[in-house]
Design a protein around this ligand. Structure first.
Ligand SMILES: [Fe+2]
Length: 403
């Protein structure tokens, strides 16, 4: 009879992978498979230590689940993380037939097997869930999956429990054993390290964002007509960048570049910057220096290095008649071409000292009119597409449930 809850070694070793036929074959296979497992775990551990962004950690957790299922010969697995605000567990990554259906489910930390494991910081093997009152049937009801056995391990980093690694149903119908538990514990530690690293990375990034937003607000505050301009340019540029499927890192660069594109205006005198009438030729030549002044400011800040090109070239034109370098076509980076479109659209759709705001349709018409001369076709079309599809602006979140 199978025990309903066991972490004992009553069951004789299921090897790491596969079912051996004879004792000799068993030994040989087990040694080779253990070595393979060790190598793969080491690799995952090394990757886990380097994980920075949310997208990297999601990718790594997916790899960990694949390796967990393959190693334990199980039919489903998931990483549940703790939402410290609501005291709930949510499925960050899942593998198996019901993986897309579990993503919407949130579990009370005070109930269920995963909740018990997170609260007690202890692993748990339940080889007949029907006999264990801690088993929560709600997930099976919602997904149609039939859970027979569960192995759940707390994901601990330092003194903090960040989540639970859960593995369900051995493919051969047997129960989970001590070796399964040992393998899962090592994988859970790697997963916990990766999640913690990504959260630290995000905390640093949030600090950077606050600094950049404060700088952008300081730029906009100098001119009543440009109040909120940097924020809107950033959002418009992100709409275009999202349409073009920029990576999370590229979106981050667009976000900072959008907010800071006019930072060089800090170095332009008020008599020019706030002048209500038309600028003279000399005043325009001073104004045209703001991209270069901006780059000089941000080039001393390491985390802003990727944005320097956007700040320097947001006034270049696709036909080569822009400034400061008169770059043409694809010699201007796509991010800077997107910023040029976003900047022009916001300028057209807000009140200026010399004219009231244009309507959105008129502004979109103006963009279309100057495609190929002032604006890059790819950037302009991506912005228009993104603008019409809004508000689907993708935010950069840490560890959202995998989509
Ligand atoms: Fe500018």
């Amino acid at each position: 009879m199978r025990p309903n809850t066991t972490t004992t070694s009553e069951t004789k070793p299921t090897p790491w992978l596969g079912i051996p036929q004879t004792e000799a074959e068993s030994n040989q296979q087990t040694i080779a498979e253990r070595e393979e497992y060790r190598k793969r775990l080491e690799l995952l551990y090394r990757v886990g230590k380097k994980v920075g962004s949310a997208s990297e950690v999601t990718r790594l957790l997916g790899q960990i689940l694949r390796m967990t299922q393959q190693t334990l010969r199980a039919s489903a697995s998931s990483v549940l993380l703790i939402d410290q605000g609501s005291k709930e567990l949510y499925f960050q990554t899942a593998a198996g037939k019901a993986k897309s259906r579990v993503k919407q489910i949130r579990l009370d930390l005070d109930s269920g097997i995963a909740g018990w494991v997170a609260r007690h910081v202890k692993p748990l093997v339940v080889n007949d869930v029907g006999q264990d009152p801690r088993f929560h049937k709600e997930v099976d009801k919602a997904t149609g999956f039939v859970t027979r056995s569960v192995l759940a391990v707390p994901m601990v980093w330092g003194h903090e429990v960040v989540g639970v690694l859960e593995v369900l149903n051995k493919l051969d119908g047997s129960g989970f054993n001590e070796q399964d538990l040992e393998a899962s514990t090592a994988l859970a530690a790697t997963a916990a390290g990766a999640v913690s690293n990504a959260r630290l990375h995000q905390a640093v990034l949030d600090g950077y964002k606050s600094t950049v937003k404060a700088l952008a607000a300081a730029i906009d505050a100098r001119d009543p007509y440009t109040c909120g301009h940097s924020q809107r340019v950033m959002e418009y540029a992100l709409l275009g960048a999202t349409s073009l499927s920029f990576s999370p890192e590229e979106l981050q660069t667009i976000e900072f570049g959008g907010l800071l594109h006019d930072i060089g205006k800090i170095g332009i005198t008020d008599s020019i910057l706030r002048k209500s009438g038309r600028l003279t030729t000399d005043e325009w030549s001073v104004m045209h220096k703001h991209p270069l002044i901006g780059v000089n400011i941000i080039s001393k800040v390491p985390f802003l290095q990727p944005t320097t090109d956007l700040v320097l070239h947001h006034h270049e034109r696709f036909d080569g008649r822009g400034y400061p370098d008169r770059l043409k076509g694809e010699n201007i980076t796509l991010g800077a071409r997107l910023l040029a479109v976003a900047d022009a659209f916001d300028t057209m759709t807000t009140d200026r000292s010399y004219r009231p705001a244009l309507g959105v349709d008129i502004a979109l018409g103006e963009l279309a009119k100057y495609i190929g001369t002032q604006f890059c076709p790819v950037a302009a079309e991506a912005f228009v597409h993104g603008f019409k599809e809004r508000p689907t602006l993708r935010q950069v979140h840490i560890l959202p449930a995998e989509q």
